[in-house]
Design a protein around this ligand. Sequence first.
Ligand code: FAD
Ligand code: UDP
Length: 400
Amino acid sequence: MSIRTGLPEGFRAEDYDMVVVGAGYAGAVCARRLAEGCGFKVCVLERRDHIAGNAYDAYDDAGILVHVYGPHIYHTFSERVDQFLSRFTGWTDYQHRVLADIHGTLMPVPFNHASLKLAFGEERGEELYRKLVAAFGENKKVPIMQLREKNDPDLQEVADYVYENVFLYYTMKQWGKTPDEIDPSITGRVPVFIGDDDRYFPAAPYQGMPEQGYTRMFERMLDHDLIDVFLEVDARDILTVDDEHVTVQGKPYGGEVVYTGPLDELFGCDLGDLPYRSLDMRFETLDMDRFQPVGTVNYTTSEDFTRITEFKIMTGQVKEGVTTIMREYPQPYERGRGMTPYYAIIEPQNEELYRRYRDRVDHLTNFHPVGRLAEYRYYDMDGVTASALALSDELMAAHA
Ligand code: FAD
Ligand code: UDP
């Protein structure tokens, strides 16, 4: 394999069996599987100056390994995803824990048994907990929007507290809308947990951090004789799509194309921009061993930022006297302003617009959109990996 910057003189896409656009999970998984499974010669075009997509990590000036595009914690229920990724990395046993700063008191999120007692006092908290257990059972996850539908006055009291103090202000900052106004699956990612488990991803059997970081894992995934990676190459400079063909370097391309960028960009956004939320991430290095008690603290009733992450706690890096933290300030995504489209905004009219772009490529038999951007989905790393494994299964079957 090679990773180089720019396309070399004499580069010919037709020398490759597959062109992959994007070197994040979606692209790297497909590249590896087709190189390995079909003997495909694969070129990966990546417009950033690094691999690993939004999972990219790197050492900052203070020597701390940071997640450049926000905190990434690996967690999955999928044995298949775990087995595939574990070929390229070992994992630490890090279990992510998050505390919400609620008017100055730190309480576990997902809101759980301990949070109830902190919020309502020992006795009343226990009483309310028993009511929750009677209504839903123990060790159950209940999305806040579902809890709010209960008529019982005690359950209403809990629901109102959690809605007001955990979800309302954070969601307003993150999405510019109240939890009632966004798709319930979004707040449903962090359900109330009726139990004592205080991990952010309770019950996910596989979780941790890649032992040498995400970028190293991607280096290994892309390390194959048949894979060439070209950084700082925007695929749109050489690749176009119309009703009949995928054209690369001015000629119809006969190989497979795996596309992991935003679909609207391929068409100059001629039907309108697919909306996204972005984040301004502000890093700060502090002369202290440790800044906060857990990897991430969410600010759910105060501050303009949503959360502070301290990387050393997540990665387990040992370095005395210095630590790096990062605050996330949500903002609307504006194309062409150097922002990153981090979150698709899951709303019916946006999904309809996505569908119209998608209809323009679905009949092209050698063009395959996959990943968080290209599928316009709120995927975690494991969801993207699963989607890329499924696509590569199909491509491998077609070329068997
Ligand atoms: P990306 O990682 O976005 O990769 C797509 C790549 O394609 C990019 O590198 C881009 O530069 C490139 N590209 C696009 N267009 C072109 C073009 N025209 N030419 C060349 N290259 C192009 N998931 C978890 O499981 N756990 C977490 O804790 C977690 N935390 C997150 C925190 C934040 C703030 C965010 C935003 C996401 C988080 N995720 C997390 C989700 C995770 O980042 C994604 O699921 C995953 O990285 C998506 O991989 P992808 O390959 O689909 O897309
Ligand atoms: N959320 C919230 N308060 C919290 C945590 C989450 O309101 O303390 C809501 C918010 O709307 C957020 C969503 O739940 O966007 C999903 O949270 P998650 O932590 O999964 O977001 P991500 O890590 O993907 O940014």
